[in-house]
Design a protein around this ligand. Structure first.
Ligand SMILES: C[S@@+](CC[C@H](N)C(=O)[O-])C[C@H]1O[C@@H](n2cnc3c(N)ncnc32)[C@H](O)[C@@H]1O
Length: 178
């Protein structure tokens, strides 16, 4: 079933705003608390604001979005001093976003992506999950995300946070959030 089938019209460029509780649920699971975070698909900035609320350690959240000229998949978009990349990527480009984030943070830093909970199932994505040495943790959200307050239907999809940490060693772990 697609999101459209359940009464959710797909928005242009996947402009779904993540409810604050979803972002807050990530922070207890980060391996360490970063001070400089890049939200590279920031949209209206809802997730960026929730990041600031969620962590007293965060000093700066850098926001960018293709709508304001920041194409995260372009090699020319560069940010210095970033310790973590956290976002809810556009669904159709999620794989490219993960690869771009892993390349940009190679050797250091945390990446956290909000994805559909079975995004790691595909064999074709094993290089990003099961076989990736930095893949550290999956945090399953046990509550479904309601993307629009005024939507009539119930949400159809389950989501999880996927966390990579370039300092991680060993197998990834599994946790459950709200
Ligand atoms: C699912 S929304 C997420 C918005 C925000 N992260 C949140 O959770 O509230 C996806 C966002 O990705 C942006 N986007 C789409 N393609 C992009 C690209 N190549 N580079 C940067 N942003 C992109 C869209 O404009 C949209 O704002």
């Amino acid at each position: 079933m697609s999101q459209r089938d359940s009464g959710y019209e797909r928005k242009e460029r996947d402009l779904y705003e993540t409810p604050a509780w979803v972002t807050h649920a990530l922070f207890p699971h980060l391996p360490w608390q970063p001070e400089v975070i890049w939200e590279p698909a920031a949209g209206s900035g809802k997730m960026a604001r929730a990041i600031i609320d969620a962590s007293p350690k965060v000093v700066t959240v850098i926001e960018s979005d293709i709508e304001t000229g920041g194409d995260f998949l372009s090699e020319f978009l560069v940010q210095e001093g970033v310790e973590a990349i956290i976002t809810n990527p556009p669904y159709a480009l999620a794989q490219e976003f993960i690869k771009s984030a892993l390349d940009r943070m190679e050797g250091h830093g945390i990446i956290a992506m909000l994805l559909r909970t079975d995004f790691d199932h595909a064999k074709t994505r094993a290089d990003l999950f099961a076989e990736h040495p930095a893949f550290a943790k999956k945090v399953v959200l046990t509550k479904r995300i309601k993307w629009f307050e005024d939507s009539k239907g119930s949400p159809s999809f389950n989501h999880a946070w996927f966390i990579w940490d370039h300092q991680h060693q060993g197998a990834p772990t599994l946790a459950y959030g709200p």
